[in-house]
Design a protein around this ligand. Structure first.
Ligand SMILES: C[S@@+](CC[C@H](N)C(=O)[O-])C[C@H]1O[C@@H](n2cnc3c(N)ncnc32)[C@H](O)[C@@H]1O
Length: 136
């Protein structure tokens, strides 16, 4: 499957690690605390890239699905940031097919700005309180 990612070319996960993911990793815990993510929640990480936020979620005791449009970034995520509580899936943020109630919370970092149709992104993910989570 190939998903258009607008101007952002997500091709080399190792390059991404050097220029951006290391910063995402440093922000992960403060961000997840700010978002009110709790241990035990089922969380969808949209545009998970190489899995920095995804792994931080798993390490705080969440079960996580990380979706991304880039097969190569997902390969990098599986290689660097595998965890028993994580499933990485290839998918389009503008067209998700998870049934309602599949997740307690949805997070996304540095992704909405690279999605070609952000209005679809917002509608699809309902970035509103989900099943008790105060923030998404
Ligand atoms: C700047 S990276 C952010 C990655 C990660 N969230 C982080 O904080 O390091 C943007 C990510 O959005 C993904 N992306 C772009 N368009 C997408 C789409 N339509 N559906 C899913 N993911 C998409 C890219 O493949 C890339 O991994």
């Amino acid at each position: 499957m190939s998903v258009p990612t607008h101007w952002f070319v997500a091709s080399d996960p190792d390059v991404y690690e050097k220029f951006m993911a290391r910063w995402s990793a440093r922000l992960a815990d403060p961000f997840l605390t700010f978002a009110g993510i709790q241990t035990g929640q089922r969380v969808l990480d949209v545009g998970c890239g190489t899995g920095t936020i995804t792994l931080a979620l798993a390490e705080r005791g969440c079960s996580v699905v990380g979706i991304d449009a880039s097969a190569s970034y997902l390969e990098g995520a599986r290689r660097r940031r595998s965890h028993a509580a994580i499933t990485y899936e290839l998918g389009d943020a503008q067209n998700l097919a998870y049934p309602s109630g599949s997740f307690d919370a949805c997070v996304s970092t540095l992704a909405i700005d690279v999605v070609p149709e952000p209005k679809k992104f917002l509608i699809t993910h309902e970035l509103q309180p989900i099943s008790g989570a105060d923030r998404a």
